[in-house]
Design a protein around this ligand. Sequence first.
Ligand code: SGN
Ligand code: CA
Length: 512
Amino acid sequence: KIKLLIGVLVAFGSQGAEAQSTGARAGRPNIVVIISDDHAFQAISAYGNKLVKTPNIDRIARNGVRFDKAYVTNSICGPSRAVILTGKYSHKNGFKDNETSKFDHGQDNFAKHLRAGGYQTAWIGKMHLAGQPQGFDFYNILPDQGSYYNPEFIGMDGRLIKKEGYVTNLIEDISEEWLDARDPDKPFCLVIGHKATHRTWLPDTADFGRYDSVDFPLPPNFYDEYRTRAAAAVQDMSIDKTMQMGYDLKMLSYSKKGEPSVNRMNAAQRARFDAYYGAIEADLQSKKLTGKALVEWKYQRYLKDYYSTAASLDRNIGRTLDYLERHKLRDNTIVIYLSDQGFYLGEHGWFDKRFMYEESFRTPLVMSYPGVIKPGTVSKQLVMNLDIAPTLLDAAGIAAPAEMQGKSMLPLFKSEAAEIRDAVYYHYYENGEHSVSPHLGVSTKDYKLIRFYNRVDSWELFDLKRDPSEQVNVYGQTGYETISARMKLILRTLIRQFDDKDAERNINSDDK
Ligand code: SGN
Ligand code: CA
């Protein structure tokens, strides 16, 4: 592996050699981007969660900035990663949904530019774009969603290699091996893609039971009846109806053949699994719960598994940060942590994502950049996953190609008054699993306008200041005519600016 990497770097020729002299030593920052999967901002102590601890994500925020209004363009895994890589919306990078799209790795991405500029580049862990990544000197990625226990990784020769252990630890191990083997005279860009905290939220055995003593309060809209929001009623992602006792909550007597994720465990892992979950199952059976009591039991188990899975994620982020400190790289390295999107932790009665409602539209985003971002900064500016690519190129002193639609976030740290946009444009396409209708929309800090089409045909407008949990659709209500017209105008302007032809058609089909 290492030989191959060196070979690739040597093959790089004169450009590589030239870059060496202007490399990390000359001030260009190293870059580490950590992308988790489905990790909600509500699940992070830096974002105000008082019941769980994420000391290492908090550490990045403390060393740099916590963005409180960071959004994704399309709240689903592969599409979000495609946006992060390319700096382009789904309709431009071609990867609109997980189910039917094929990602064209031949297109431009930030790694190709960094590499051409002398950076060593690597992507390790989950990528979820199938095919062979381009722009990376090294990659070792999970096939598709990957597995929590004893997962396979795809190497650069295309071969699958199974590794013994828990996925989050293994991804960090491989990342550190790559860092150890890199050329220390050149700057590097390492993307660490974690599987955690994706469904089915299977924790490391070391974390079983970590949150058992915590009783998590129900979100106020847990029993949402979706009044005034037809589109919210049409979904298949509720804790009550969709979440499965066997598959999701690991109560194996509910599964005829056992669960594939659990079946992968070795004997020692399985023994710890059985000891922990077996006792919970015995207790459940003695309780004979029904109705609301059963739904609330599911909610408690869901959160306990989810947060325990996140414990390993945070711990391994801590290992990355420790590595940088130990190797004196901290002061010359940008560290970014974000999720591929947000997630519902019981809000509206849900798990999963996809909707343009706040919990899944928004992503956690923290970033440290010593010397550029003042430690402890909190930003309320509207930023997006679309901005990652141009930001990294900006930091590396490389001009972003005109096709990139995001903006560098770096001007935000020069002046408190700076903003890079006043509205965020969103477009979700998938029309399959979890039954969420395709939709598009625009959000400012004060209002959100959503146009559902295809599965559901409707408009929704939210007054975010008055109704932050998005319970009351005020579209068409007296008093909101001017706001509605203004939001539609912003929507049309952004659709044109981003050249989203499908969107144009879909809003024209109903423009009441
Ligand atoms: C899987 C999950 C879904 C999840 C999608 C997308 N089902 O299909 O619950 O919404 O991934 O997630 S599962 O039965 O395989 O767990 S994403 O993060 O990859 O976008
Ligand atoms: Ca995801």
